[in-house]
Ligand binder design. Structure first.
Ligand code: PLP
Length: 364
């Protein structure tokens, strides 16, 4: 099977680029003695989870219990649920996984911790926990200082929980501009003071887990960090290019589309819209584009309906005919992957593998 046999729209992955991305980060983590626990929310595929583990990842990360139920099939020795798990039914399902792997859960409230402790006691298992601290995103995580110490002390006391350290997500650092690099310095400073607080309180933090794709290759400069959880790096996307963490040639995934209409001069319509790409705009730019057209860098993918992609060709270096195929690199690959049932792994023109997006739509 070759690329021309693939029906569109389709998610295609250049295997050589993906393999290079995986190897580069595995090598970086090993070189700097950082544990690599990749976030699988980007690829959502057991097959890639297995490759990450075979390449040296110490474990895997998920956001949802249903993703954990899928990803446990990759055989991780260690699985981190980097999202507070609230509610009895989710906790009961999670406890069933504790028999299959070492589970760690990130949380930021004593409420969540008590529920987890009760569930672990009922299942007669021990679950690792990480106290989540907010380092600037303002999403989950308690404030550093007293609040964080209080959370950690409470976690230490709860039966059937084992406090393994702290976790944070530096999602507020989106670009490695001057201000992004300054924010990284501030993060380092903050972690130094958090870890000093913990030492004074006699609380051990063997795991200090953070690390996103934008900050990835600066992780070794963040004092005290022991573990990184990048997700997007496996494929990269236009946001990763925009933040300076990779080059265009490091983007492994693209959506293959067909030109279905050129009825309006200066415009082409492709067979993928918001149900194919997601509606995510670029995160660090006010420019309105929904992806990069690889066949014409001047083409502007500026508007979408559910199944139609509107591409303005006013500044494109070439014209297109109905029936031609174009590859578009999405802005945010994680949400795009979640919209597709399968992925076509290509090497040159050959389709070498087809895999399923196993955790697609796993939200609960
Ligand atoms: C808690 C957490 N950890 C790790 C990641 C991975 O970050 P990235 O996609 O930038 O690699 C995310 C991404 O949303 C996240 O929410």
């Amino acid at each position: 099977m070759t690329i021309t046999d693939i029906d569109t729209p389709a998610l295609i992955v250049d295997l050589a680029v993906m393999e290079r991305n995986l190897a580069r980060v595995a090598h970086y983590a090993a070189e700097h003695a950082l544990r690599l626990r990749p976030h699988t929310k980007t690829h959502k595929s057991v097959m890639i989870g297995k490759r990450q583990l075979a390449g040296g990842a110490a474990g895997l990360t998920v956001a949802k219990v249903s993703e954990a139920e899928v990803m446990v099939e990759a055989g991780p020795e260690d699985l981190l649920v980097a999202f507070p798990v609230i509610g009895r039914s989710k906790l009961e399902r999670l406890m069933r996984l504790a028999a299959k792997t070492n589970l760690t859960v990130a949380l930021d409230s004593v409420f969540a911790a008590r529920q987890l402790s009760d569930a672990a006691r009922a299942a007669q298992v021990e679950v690792g926990v990480l106290a989540e601290v907010d380092v600037g995103l303002g999403r989950v995580g308690v404030a550093p200082g007293e609040e964080l110490l209080h959370l950690a002390e409470s976690l230490e006391k709860l039966p059937h929980l084992k406090l393994r350290g702290i976790t944070f997500y530096p999602g507020h650092i989106k670009a490695l501009s001057e201000s992004g690099l300054r924010a990284l310095d501030q993060l380092s400073e903050l972690l130094r003071s958090i870890l000093a607080d913990f030492r004074r309180a006699g609380i051990e933090t063997p795991i200090v887990s953070g690390g996103s794709t934008p900050t990835l290759f600066h992780s070794h400069e963040i004092d005290g960090l022991t573990e990184i959880r990048p997700g997007t790096y496996v494929f990269n996307d236009m946001n990763t290019v925009g933040c300076g963490a990779c080059e265009l040639e490091d983007c492994a995934a693209a959506i293959l589309t067909t030109v279905v209409s050129t009825a309006h001069p200066g415009q082409m319509i492709v067979d993928g819209g918001s149900k194919t790409f997601s509606s995510d705009r670029l995160s660090a730019s006010s420019e309105v584009t929904f992806g990069r057209v690889m066949e014409a860098s001047g083409a502007r993918f500026h508007k979408m309906n559910e199944e139609h992609g509107f591409i303005d060709l006013a500044r494109a270096e070439r014209t297109f005919d109905v029936g031609e195929r174009v590859r578009v690199i999405p802005n945010h690959i994680c949400v795009a992957v979640n919209l597709h049932e399968r992925v076509y792994g290509v090497r040159g023109e050959t389709v070498e593998e087809i895999w399923t997006v196993d955790a697609r739509g796993k939200l609960q």
